[in-house]
Design a protein around this ligand. Structure first.
Ligand SMILES: [Cu+2]
Length: 300
């Protein structure tokens, strides 16, 4: 445990240095922090029309408290959110007034009471578990991985239990990571592992990347990330969800992440979880090899 903490702190120090350098060179113009300073109204409604050319959604929305009654309106939306929704979907999102009197719709999720309850329930249980474990929150190799429920890149709920009987490769990334050797490289290695495992006849592998940045990485953003990299999502899933859940998972899996504006100084950890939900192997840092992980997987 002592060695582990030492290692993580060293890696973290290196990473902090690496990330700070890029922070000044590659500061994104639109900051999430700025965006959250705008007035936002929670909106729910049904999608009536999707117009990709105009980046616009027609939504019949429910009454918006303190702003307007129920009505049908066209909203400007991001490319990422356009990818997520289709006509007939119930959605929820943030309505943001823009200076010219129009409205933008941001952070769109598929609205599904059962899914949302499942996520909230799992979040509460994970929170309790994390608090109960206290200083022993970190899960060692050989221990069970913590259960969770999150949203995938299609906006659907994914429960950890669904992966029973599967081998899981799991890591944490964020889509805005500007450090080529960190998240972008990690995603490439996950993809390489996916391919190698298939060649090695590993039939029950699932790859999971959980975002470090749930405030920005909505299902639509994750979908855009996966599509933009041509990732085969048949067994490679990107997950997001409530911030406390992400924090609890980071603590339990021993990953350190700290915001610096829009950038996140973070460590990298890649885990292999076996068919019984136990942590079989972990690699800290970016130096792991896909073939090492594939060698540890059960072939069938
Ligand atoms: Cu990163």
């Amino acid at each position: 445990m002592r060695t582990y903490v030492g290692l993580v702190l060293t890696v973290f120090a290196l990473m902090t240095a690496a990330c700070s350098r890029s922070a000044s060179a590659d500061q994104p113009a639109a900051s999430g922090k700025t965006a959250s300073a705008e007035k936002r109204y929670p909106l729910t409604g049904e999608v009536l029309r999707v117009t990709p050319e105009a980046h616009s959604l027609r939504v019949r929305h429910d009454p918006i408290k303190g702003l307007m009654p129920a009505m049908t309106m066209d909203f400007a939306v991001s490319e990422a959110d356009l990818k997520l929704v289709k006509v007939g979907d119930r959605i929820r999102g943030d309505l943001v007034p823009v200076p010219d009197g129009d409205f933008r719709l941001e952070r769109i999720f598929i609205a599904d009471k059962v899914a949302d309850d499942t996520v909230a329930d799992a979040a509460r249980r994970l929170r309790e578990d994390t608090q109960e474990r206290g200083r022993k929150v970190y899960r060692e190799v050989g221990e069970k991985a913590p259960a969770f429920a999150l949203y995938d890149q299609n906006g659907r709920v994914v429960q950890f239990e669904r992966y029973r009987g599967k081998q899981i490769m799991l890591n944490f990334i964020y889509t805005r990571c500007p450090v080529a050797t960190m998240c972008p490289a990690a995603t490439e290695k996950m993809r390489a592992t996916q391919r190698l495992a298939r060649e090695a006849q590993v039939k029950n592998l699932e790859l999971i990347s959980i975002t470090l940045d749930p405030a920005y990485d909505t299902p639509g953003i994750l979908k855009q990330y996966a599509e933009g990299r041509n990732i085969d999502t048949s067994n490679f899933t990107f997950l997001t969800g409530p911030e406390p859940t992400i924090k609890d998972l980071l603590a339990q899996f021993g990953v350190i992440a700290e915001f610096q504006g829009d950038l996140i100084n973070h460590t990298l950890t890649t885990l292999l979880i076996n068919e019984d939900g136990k942590i079989a192997h972990r690699a800290d840092g970016s130096q792991w090899e896909p073939k090492e992980f594939v060698a540890r997987m059960h072939k069938s």
